[in-house]
Design a protein around this ligand. Structure first.
Ligand SMILES: Cc1ncc(COP(=O)(O)O)c(C=O)c1O
Length: 415
């Protein structure tokens, strides 16, 4: 007997466990992991060298400030002002930033800091939103905001604003670019969302972990990143809370360094939440991260990412479309392709059936049902995403090409 509760396995754990049962281990080159949420690590053409040493200092051994060191908070504020707020009167300062030990702890702080409010969320969206919202159900009232399936789940700003108003939402959480759909709100659309949420008194919690993985409509690498920070009028008024970090855009998921950017008053509250949740980020990692955000290094890294990942996006899209996976709206962000299996042979249309068949070919994929957000479990089993699959172009190009080749053989042999 155990005092612990039963929990359903998160998607990432589930798919890896099933792969391990069939002989997979991390780094095994016989496998193609198109399920992965980790970007290709190692060297990339055009990217700066990755530092291989770090000197420990005595002060690294002590407790640090829960909200992060002043230097790190200022470095993130400078990063945002440089990338998104040049020429604007209102600028971010260290008080507008809290540092946390990874994206999920950062999101957890934000949700913990919310009051008893009506929180909108879209589905599908980042799978951890489900558990993170569920942890706070004592205070939060979650409200599902539908995204139109017909357009490949591309959010429509007018509809989002209508729902914010009709459902009297106090807050709305969404990832942009969206994991898993790859959909992106930018420019005028993003500006309308930020402005519209403000006038409707709704706090926008925007997860921008893929802010630098953006591509043009023609599949080329975009010129620069996308953030709601560009559209905020006064950084201390209104309520746009941005969560991002080194996990994806700087290809350092293992460093566990993320940030929350928003009005100083709200940041202060998120830091208080962090006192109970995680106790603050590593001093050592923050020191190392200052160098990662050094402007020329940062720009070199993120430009290299966009160039390399745009090519891999096109490689994966091309391969999947050839075998009959339908992609109604091509990804303009992230490193995922969100595909509909409905045009495949009958035996492969169900995402779980496809997933298990692909494992036999040593290819890992991620069934779409894991991105159904349903924190109250009221719609459990609704099964609306049973034909959808997320394919990752996080791995290197060789692995992607091999993976789609194997999937093509699998589809051909089941026709
Ligand atoms: C949309 C999104 N937000 C946040 C995170 C969390 O990042 P971390 O691994 O730093 O907790 C992820 C990771 O996959 C993600 O996809």
């Amino acid at each position: 007997m155990s005092a612990f509760r039963e929990q359903s396995l998160p998607g990432a754990t589930f798919v890896l466990r099933e792969a391990v049962k069939r002989g997979y281990s991390a780094g095994d080159s016989r496998w193609c992991n198109l399920g992965q949420g980790q970007p290709q690590l190692g060297s990339l053409p055009g990217a700066p060298d990755r530092p291989s040493t770090l000197r420990l200092e005595e002060s690294d051994c002590g407790y640090g400030p829960v909200g992060g060191t002043r230097e790190m908070r200022q470095a993130v504020a400078d990063h945002y002002n440089r990338l998104y707020r040049s020429g604007l009167r209102s600028q971010y300062s260290a008080d507008n930033v809290a540092i946390a030990s990874g994206g999920r702890p950062a999101l957890s702080r934000v949700l913990h800091a919310l009051g008893a409010v009506r929180l909108g969320f879209q589905t599908p969206d980042y799978m951890s939103f489900d558990a993170l919202i569920a942890q706070n159900l004592g205070r939060l009232l979650p409200v599902a905001v539908p995204t139109p399936r017909l357009g490949g789940f591309r959010p429509e700003v007018d509809e989002l604003l209508r729902v914010i108003e009709a459902d009297v939402l106090d807050a709305l959480i969404l990832s942009n670019p969206c994991n898993p759909t790859g959909q992106l709100l930018e420019g005028d659309e993003l500006s309308r969302l930020v402005g519209g949420a403000y006038t409707r008194n709704c706090t926008l919690i925007i997860d921008e972990f893929y802010s630098h993985y953006v591509y043009g409509a023609d599949g080329s690498a975009a010129d620069g990143p996308v953030s709601a920070a560009r559209h905020v009028e006064d950084v201390n008024r209104g309520a746009v809370i941005i969560v991002d970090g080194l996990t994806k855009s700087f290809r350092r998921p293992g460093w566990r360094l993320a940030w929350i950017v928003g009005p100083a008053e709200m940041i202060e509250k998120a830091i208080v939440s962090g006192t109970a949740i995680d106790g603050g980020p590593s001093m050592l990692v923050q020191r190392a991260s200052l160098e990662v955000l050094n402007p020329s290094r940062a720009d070199q890294e993120t430009a290299a990412i966009r160039a390399v990942f745009a090519q891999k996006r096109n490689l994966l899209l091309d391969g999947l479309c050839k075998i009959g996976v339908r992609v109604p709206s091509w990804p303009r962000g992230t490193f995922y392709v969100w595909g509909d299996l409905i045009g495949l042979p009958l035996s492969l249309r169900d995402a779980d059936a496809f997933f298990y068949a692909a494992l036999e070919e040593k290819v890992i994929t991620m069934p779409g049902r894991f991105f159904e957000i349903d924190p109250t479990k009221r719609c459990m089993g609704s099964g609306t995403l049973t034909n959808w699959m997320r394919f990752s172009f996080g791995p290197d190009a060789e692995c992607i090409a091999e993976g789609v080749g194997r999937l093509a053989r699998m589809v051909t042999s089941s026709r």
